[in-house]
Design a protein. Structure first.
Length: 83
């Protein structure tokens, strides 16, 4: 039969954790997600236009480059800090 014991004390205390480490991790993961998504979109555009249309490599590369430049511009803009 199981006995009920008091929970053991641990080093964790609610509200006492370092927030800067959590913020740094969050911003790193969000950056990886958004730039990785842009890279995936550019690779897909390059491959689809190159292999699934009669256009060839040069139009595919130009299309992917346009998406990369526009996406990089849109993703690198910083929102205003007024929130």
């Amino acid at each position: 039969m199981a006995t009920h014991t008091e929970p053991s004390t641990s080093e964790y205390q609610h509200g006492q954790m370092e927030v800067a480490a959590h913020q740094a991790t969050f911003h790193s993961i969000m950056g990886l997600t958004k730039w990785g998504s842009l890279a995936t979109a550019c690779a897909l555009i390059l491959l689809v236009v190159w292999f699934c249309t009669p256009a060839g490599f040069i139009p595919a590369f130009v299309s992917a480059l346009i998406v990369a430049v526009l996406g990089g511009f849109m993703l690198s803009r910083k929102p205003k800090a007024g929130h």
